[in-house]
Ligand binder design. Structure first.
Ligand code: SF4
Ligand code: SF4
Length: 253
């Protein structure tokens, strides 16, 4: 039987999520028994042509060229998956959306004639997306989960709850309460195993909003812990400032 074909595409990003796929090493060899990765420029010079059964897209859409390209890729892929926070929400690149576009371009480029930047958005701003693998970078096990469930045509078992739940399940002490480290865990989507709190670092919200998060309440609590409204805003716009939930947190004064 012919194996499903997979394409892995890069938009504006640092390639960290694609690197996580390569980091799978042994599991990747197992996966290759089930799928044919036909297009993966970071790993191979053999550029296979579509159509593809599954397309994974890393990176935010940040230019007119990329808007055209993501629409072409959507047409070539039966199932399209956003890979990582840039593709899901715009990610780090979307911080620029909160400054005048021209001012930033002038700061970076001396000649603006070939610059066609747009605001940075996740790919679902332009095309329909069938599944999301969150994180900056992605969790490689979640990638495997999404590939397997896609092959079985079932919904992936991704966690809708917050990072705080993972902290509790692993019995980590809450560093917000015990160390006063202002943490985005209460409103951030689980799946990383509370990685940062496990190292005594506050969650920075890299996986974007959990389901039904109370971002306004967290923003007010952050201020009670001494953050200025501007510092709170910067926390909420770091990875997923274009989502409605994090916009609300960023707007609290
Ligand atoms: S450390 Fe952060 S993620 Fe963990 S329980 Fe406390 S607030 Fe939640
Ligand atoms: S704890 Fe927060 S910032 Fe750290 S990896 Fe998890 S979601 Fe990302």
């Amino acid at each position: 039987m012919k194996k499903p074909t997979v394409g892995i595409f890069k938009f504006t990003s640092d390639a960290g999520c694609q690197l996580q796929i390569l980091n799978l090493e042994k599991e990747l060899l197992e996966l290759l028994k089930l799928i044919d990765i036909a297009y993966f420029p970071m790993a191979s010079r053999n550029y296979g042509k579509g159509p593809f059964d599954i397309g994974f897209v890393e990176g935010a859409v940040t230019s007119t060229e990329e808007i055209i390209k993501i629409k072409e890729i959507r047409e070539q892929c039966r199932i399209l998956v956003a890979l990582g926070s840039c593709a899901c929400y715009g990610g780090i690149a979307s911080i620029k959306n909160h400054k005048p576009q021209r001012e930033l371009e002038e700061r970076v480029y001396t000649d603006l004639t070939a610059v066609h930047s747009t605001k940075a958005y996740g790919i679902d701003q332009y095309v329909k997306v069938d599944a999301y693998v969150k994180g900056c970078p992605i969790d490689k096990n979640e990638f495997v989960e999404v590939v397997k469930s896609t092959l079985m045509e079932i919904k992936p078992n991704l966690r809708p709850h917050s990072v705080c739940v993972e902290c509790k399940l692993r019995e980590y002490p809450c560093i917000f309460l015990t160390e006063g480290k202002v943490c985005m865990g209460p409103v951030t989507s689980a799946g990383c195993g509370a990685l940062c709190p496990s190292k005594h670092r506050a969650c920075e919200g890299c996986r974007g909003p959990a389901s039904d998060p109370n971002t306004s309440s967290l923003a007010r609590t952050m201020m009670e812990y001494g953050l200025t409204p501007e510092e709170v805003r910067l926390k909420f716009i770091k990875y997923a400032g274009e989502t409605q939930a994090f916009k609300e947190g960023a707007g609290v004064r």
